[in-house]
Design a protein around this ligand. Sequence first.
Ligand SMILES: C[S@@+](CC[C@H](N)C(=O)[O-])C[C@H]1O[C@@H](n2cnc3c(N)ncnc32)[C@H](O)[C@@H]1O
Length: 267
Amino acid sequence: MLALICPHCREPLTLADKTWSCPNGHGYDQARQGYLNLLLVQHKNSRRPGDTPAMLGCRQAFLDAGHYQPVSDEINQLFAARSPAHLLDMGCGEGYYTERLANALPGTVCGGLDISKDAVLKACRRSRSTQWLVGSSARLPVADASLDAVLCVFSPWSWEECQRVLKPGGHALLVGPHADHLLALRKNLYESIHPTPELIKALPAGMQIVNDQTLRYDLKLEAADLANLIGMTPHGFRSRPERQQALLESGVPELEVAMRMVMLQRC
Ligand SMILES: C[S@@+](CC[C@H](N)C(=O)[O-])C[C@H]1O[C@@H](n2cnc3c(N)ncnc32)[C@H](O)[C@@H]1O
């Protein structure tokens, strides 16, 4: 189990009879689906934070079709070389990467955390052995220096929280788009494309980059896969529907995945 802390008072949580409680009497029930909700109402930025159920459905279909399996395999390899005892996937979504990682590293205690309860509910259906949490990466409900590794794939993270929860020498793997990622798709969807923000804008003191690579490969997608790809990203609501439709009809012949993967270590 991961070392969980109370989101109210930051004291350790212990489990007894399907309820997690802290010494100050705050209690949190384990949901019957298997997740634990440690997101306080006052820490939600909306009634239903995170990705919408429609986006989640598209992402699950796209990921389960295996289009990003090389990304998942590379993540697994990068962590296998380090054998972390305790790992948390921050912004795990519907748990595709978390679950594949947990299967690849049977000796690792894996947790997945997302601010979207809908996402975590889907993740619970993938497995009951991973510790699924509703919570925010901005306030991780995890004890100081209790994790050997954190993962963050296309999700927001807090440097302060990463450094707080990682043991000295622990690793953080950040995965996000390189400027070339799905460029042909974006060129077709928009008049002009915005530059991709740098994955790491400024490296905080106390973290060092130990590996920085970009995974590249071509995607060949049928119209249904393309629709899922658009629907699982903000392109689904940012781009014009007629452009999306035209693209589904024409297809995108040279579509490149370009994923930046940066492994950092807490000094
Ligand atoms: C683009 S999705 C990526 C999901 C998953 N990592 C994947 O690649 O399949 C971003 C995820 O971050 C979650 N998210 C957004 N803000 C968050 C926060 N403050 N804390 C935790 N999760 C957050 C969203 O609900 C969503 O599931």
